[in-house]
Design a protein around this ligand. Sequence first.
Ligand SMILES: Cc1ncc(COP(=O)(O)O)c(C=O)c1O
Length: 408
Amino acid sequence: MNELPAIEGGKPIRDGKSPLRYRPWITDEDIELVVDALKSGQLSAIGGRWNTALEQELSKYLGVKYAVTVSNGTAALHVALKALGIGPGDEVITTPLTFAASATTILHSNAIPIFADIDRETLNISPASIEEAITDRTKAIIVVHLAGYPAEMDEIMKIAKERGLYVIEDTAQALGAIYRGSFVGSIGDVGTLSFYPTKTITTGEGGAVVTNNDDVARRARLLRSHGETGKYYYELLGYNYRMTEFQAALGYSQLKRIEEIIRRKEMFSKVLMEELEYIENDLVQFPRLKPYIRHAWHLFQIILNLEKIRVGRDRVVNALRAEGIEAATVVYPIPLHKEPVILNMADHGKGCPWSCPYYGRKVTYKPLPNAEWAAERIVSILIGPLYTEEDAVDTAKAIKRVLTYYRR
Ligand SMILES: Cc1ncc(COP(=O)(O)O)c(C=O)c1O
């Protein structure tokens, strides 16, 4: 099979069909609940019932004591860090292969992000690299379950326990993923969720902080809403990170079918893995599914074997898009330790937090070979809950056509 790809003048695989693009799954029932919330006249979380209802259902689903809804996943990370008391002079270890917010919220908390390298097989943070990055200033680890694939939580929790560190699970991409029988987000001290439209469930914009810790939950609840404990009585330095009632109603409705959403995404990925078997380990590699995990399938990640392909990763993505697979994309082409916001040490003014007197050392960012290796060769397919089996077959065909054509 060496057909001409569409980008080289061939007929696109999706010829005659609409391009495969991500779309959130919004049902009539979702719309009804949002309309009900709007008609109720109660639009803010203050005094509303839908935020409370979503919190109750989320905590039940994840098996945690508390869930606190917030305005987005970035706010959730900021609240989690502040609820744990992370601040000036502290270091927080995270992965460089993630969305910027996993690290910029550390800076927003006036602390310093330190990057550990990743594991090439799972693309998640490497426990051994975390250990190497710990200093006497380290207070916490932000673990990201990248693309919906659970990070190695047993090893990470062991390190955290031994070294007295908090663990925040950035579960923005992985709501519904399971690690050794527990939902990710429920294993560390705090979990954070995002309900952005491409995430497992959506509220448009939205997020939540989940925890089993009474004090962290109380602080998170206060931080979300100005630190107000009584009417115009402010106990903590808080924010307005509240979610509206009509968003919470949408989240509540979506959460009812989360298992079906995950099953649909699993179907797409399973077909893709079967169809791509014969180019696996030759032209591509995928993060291997371990028997003790359930992937939440936010993204289907393809690691290109660039040694055997005669074009760069961006050409491959453009070629897939030309076939009509517009769900193909590049996420995180630059690992965070090489992004200008980190390299230029963007600050709050007067050098803080980087040269804060409480910090007392100058951080330098070393190369992280595995993250750099991955950042230049991953192609991601954004998986939608509405994709069909035919969509999966088309995606696989496009990948095979493009990669076999560009084989060296
Ligand atoms: C890993 C990760 N963390 C945090 C966030 C931030 O979530 P939000 O976009 O809801 O602020 C995202 C969202 O893209 C994410 O993918």
